[in-house]
Design a protein around this ligand. Structure first.
Ligand code: AMP
Ligand code: MG
Length: 405
């Protein structure tokens, strides 16, 4: 067996970031910037008011209450054409440019209109700059807004739109093909004949691919026939940036994914010292990475999480490849036996008063997928006897907190 960290080095090292593409802003979410982005204009572009109120000269308000003549009204979007002279004010709405001569805004709630709006009483004095949003206060011209390697979140997309940048250079999103293998597998909802097993891995893996921000390509369910497996993997390697297979990589008589991949490319067969998901294959077919994931339902998903996801994130241009791990306390026993492997136990985590607590999510067999569905995290149990209630454990959070029961 080889340690997980060693397997990761092999896999991640061979999955280089994809080339860059220019995308329209509406498609940019979740991509990683390929180059630095610089502000070509200031945001805000001009001094403007943060409040509905009156643009005034601060010095005029020192002796408040004071009555000022209202010489203009400015809605957002209108350029000022009247300056504010001594003893004058301009009625102004949020976002409108500060008119020349004014250096402060007094909010409408601190004023009283007189004479049908021809005059206004400023009831308080306001300092210079009061409620004024300065040009460039958010972004100055020339400022590096994003470095290369930035993951575009909704706020990033908004910032780019705010700068008038509508095409952005990002690392291309990998297309990931998914293949299920196994003579026993069936698709669909027909009643099962004894011995048949429903193909669930293709669906769970395509979902993991999508959840990771990648494009999933369904390459179908194939029999344990070397020719068919070979042709399907070849098609995947040609049309996708990476291929995931499930099944056929362990020690059974019909585990032909292993045999076929050996013929097709340069493969590494690994017995990774983890549970679930010990058998794993990785290699390049042409220059397309192929991940041979184990067939058991939980194993294929955990194998994706621990080995494929970090590598695929690297292809997407991410530099943070792994989920952060946090310290948690076992709120139920998470027992195990020593076997030289790290166990990843399906757990439900909750967060109370600054503390993560984890409980077993149910049966931990590698075929018991329902407990992975019930789980929102994996507890990392190093080789040994596991954790007792109250012990500290490392937690990988897979999903948000579930409602406490
Ligand atoms: P294998 O790795 O091909 O020996 O498969 C190990 C176990 O996982 C067997 O019980 C298979 O029936 C099961 N299995 C393999 N592929 C899938 C799949 N796509 N969906 C559900 N179970 C599967
Ligand atoms: Mg099989």
């Amino acid at each position: 067996m080889i340690p997980l960290a060693v397997a990761l080095l092999v896999v991640v090292g061979r999955c280089a970031p994809l080339p860059t593409v220019t995308l329209p802003l509406v498609d940019a979410l979740g991509h990683v910037t390929a180059g630095a982005v610089t502000a070509g204009e200031a945001v805000p572009a001009f001094d403007n008011t943060a409040m509905d109120g009156y643009a005034v000269r601060s010095a005029d308000t020192t002796a408040a209450p004071v009555t000022l003549d209202v010489v203009d009204t400015l809605a957002a979007g209108r350029a000022p054409d009247v300056a504010v002279g001594p003893g004058q004010a301009v009625r102004i709405m949020t976002g409108a440019p500060i008119p020349p001569g004014a250096d402060a805004v007094i909010m409408v709630e601190r004023t009283r209109a007189l004479d049908g709006g021809g005059q206004v009483v400023a009831e308080v004095s306001v300092p210079v700059g009061n409620h004024v949003r300065r040009a460039g206060e958010d972004l100055e011209v020339g400022r590096v807004v994003f470095e290369p390697g930035e993951v575009l979140q909704p706020a990033h997309v908004g910032v780019l739109a705010g700068l008038g940048i509508h095409a952005i250079s990002v690392v291309r999103r990998p297309r990931v093909g998914v293949i299920s293998t196994g003579d026993e597998l069936v698709d669909g909802s027909e009643p099962l004949v004894l011995g048949q097993v429903r193909d669930s891995n293709r669906y769970s893996l395509l979902s993991l691919v999508r959840e990771a921000g990648l494009e999933g390509v369904d390459l179908g369910l194939v029999r344990d026939e070397p020719e068919v497996i070979r042709a399907t993997i070849a098609r995947g390697a040609e049309t996708c940036d990476a291929v995931l297979t499930s099944g056929g990589v362990s020690m059974g008589d019909y585990d032909c994914v292993k045999v076929v991949l050996d013929e097709m490319g340069e493969m590494s067969w690994m017995q990774v010292a983890i549970k679930p998901a010990k058998p794993f294959a990785f290699g390049l077919v042409g220059d397309t990475p192929v991940f041979g994931l184990p067939g058991n339902t939980v194993s294929s998903m955990v194998s994706f999480e621990l080995l494929a996801r970090p590598a695929l994130r690297r292809m997407m241009g991410h530099t943070q490849l792994h989920r952060p791990r946090v310290r948690a306390t076992a709120a139920s026993p998470l027992g195990r036996h020593p076997d030289g492997k790290i166990h990843f136990a399906r757990v439900v985590w909750t967060y109370h008063h600054g503390r993560y607590e984890v409980r077993s999510a149910g049966g931990q067999g590698s075929h018991q997928l329902s407990s992975l569905a019930a789980a929102n995290g994996l507890a990392v149990l190093p080789d040994g006897r596991g954790a007792d209630t109250g012990d500290a454990v490392e937690l990988i959070r897979l999903h948000e907190a579930r409602r406490p029961d």
